[in-house]
Design a binder for this molecule. Structure first.
Ligand code: FES
Length: 331
């Protein structure tokens, strides 16, 4: 079994919404590492957060034309992490130790993504509808939850909890049975379509029932999920959740929703409605034990309705062990 950090470092994880990154460098955390995120004309850069000279916090520094300048003695680092200027001794050779660890970084879907390993093990999720102008999106505030990334994804993928945890928002307490469904394995993830008569989002005091909503769940390993609702009462609707692991027991989730562009003047409705739903999930997720996402199937009981969760867990276990996904799913 590989360590948590070793297993998930070769994947892309978001560390910030792109709109959060302005002129100032931004602090971030991923898999136990403290990072600083900054942007130059050449694009986004991510390095270790603390200066190679005397450990000053580079988030207090400034981005100049040359790179990121430390506020303590003015050492300046390029995008590759190497020091390019030491003002106290101009013209002298720069020692090789004057360098920051630097990481792969890119911007896509309104997020800043980072891969900590020398080579990414998988591409970013493919969400073309976010780039072809067919929908508008609205991000939620970052969800800073005391929940492991794997547990968070399992909550998003869990169909049976909708009627219990989300009563009063979009869950339908009259529909407790989960009808049989198939789980399809994709090159980098999973997909399942499940019919569930959800309720419309809580825009009124008594939301009407919607017959036969089809929920399409798609997972991109390890921690990204897309959930498409078709139809809800008024519009097609998709939510995206990407859990970014701070440690084995804690994550931040980058969560956003897409909707028909004609509704782009109503983002507050979506934010309010999604936050109400997610708060219900947070209360459950932060209470789960063990906090770490289990890396086997013992210690918890499983039933057929959990199938999507189980397939997801099999994939995560494969990443942790470095072995292919081939074991049969219990339950
Ligand atoms: Fe950063 Fe000295 S601590 S330049």
């Amino acid at each position: 079994m590989r360590s948590y950090e070793e297993a998930f470092s070769p994947y892309w994880h978001p560390v910030a919404f792109a709109h959060e990154l302005k002129e100032r460098p931004l602090a971030a955390r991923l898999l136990g590492r403290e990072l600083v995120v900054w942007r130059t004309g050449a694009g986004v850069a991510v390095t270790q957060r603390y200066c190679a000279h005397r450990g000053a916090d580079l988030c207090a520094g400034e981005v100049s034309g040359e790179g990121l300048r430390c506020a303590f003695h003015g050492w300046t680092y390029g995008r590759d992490g190497r020091c390019v200027r030491i003002p106290s001794q101009p013209g002298a050779p720069i020692p090789p130790s004057a360098a920051l660890a630097s990481f792969h970084a890119t911007e896509r879907y309104g997020l800043v993504w980072v891969c900590l390993a020398p080579e990414p093990a998988a591409p970013l999720p493919e969400w073309p509808e976010l780039e072809d102008g067919s929908c508008a999106t609205v991000p939620l505030p970052r969800l800073d939850w005391d929940v492991s990334a794997g547990r968070m994804v399992e909550i998003v993928l869990d169909v049976a909890h909708l009627s219990w945890v989300h009563e009063g928002t979009f869950g339908n307490p009259e529909q407790q049975e989960v009808l049989p469904y198939e789980v399809e394995r994709l090159p980098q993830g999973l997909r399942a379509q499940i019919v569930y008569p959800a309720l419309a989002p809580p825009m009124g005091a008594a939301p009407p029932k919607v017959d036969k909503t089809t929920l399409t769940y798609e997972v991109s390993f390890p921690f990204a999920a897309r959930l498409h609702f078709k139809p809800t009462l008024f519009f097609k609707h998709t939510v995206y959740a990407v859990a970014s692991p701070w440690s084995e027991e804690k994550m931040q989730c980058f969560y956003f929703a897409s909707y028909h562009p004609n509704l782009r003047m109503f983002p507050d409705i979506f934010v309010k409605s999604e936050l109400a739903i997610l708060e219900q999930d947070r209360l459950v997720g932060e209470g789960q034990r063990p906090k770490a996402h289990p890396v086997d199937f013992s210690g918890e009981a499983h039933v057929r309705a959990d199938r999507l969760n189980l397939e997801y867990r099999r994939g995560v276990i494969a990443i942790r062990t470095g072995r292919p996904i081939d074991a049969p799913t219990p339950g």
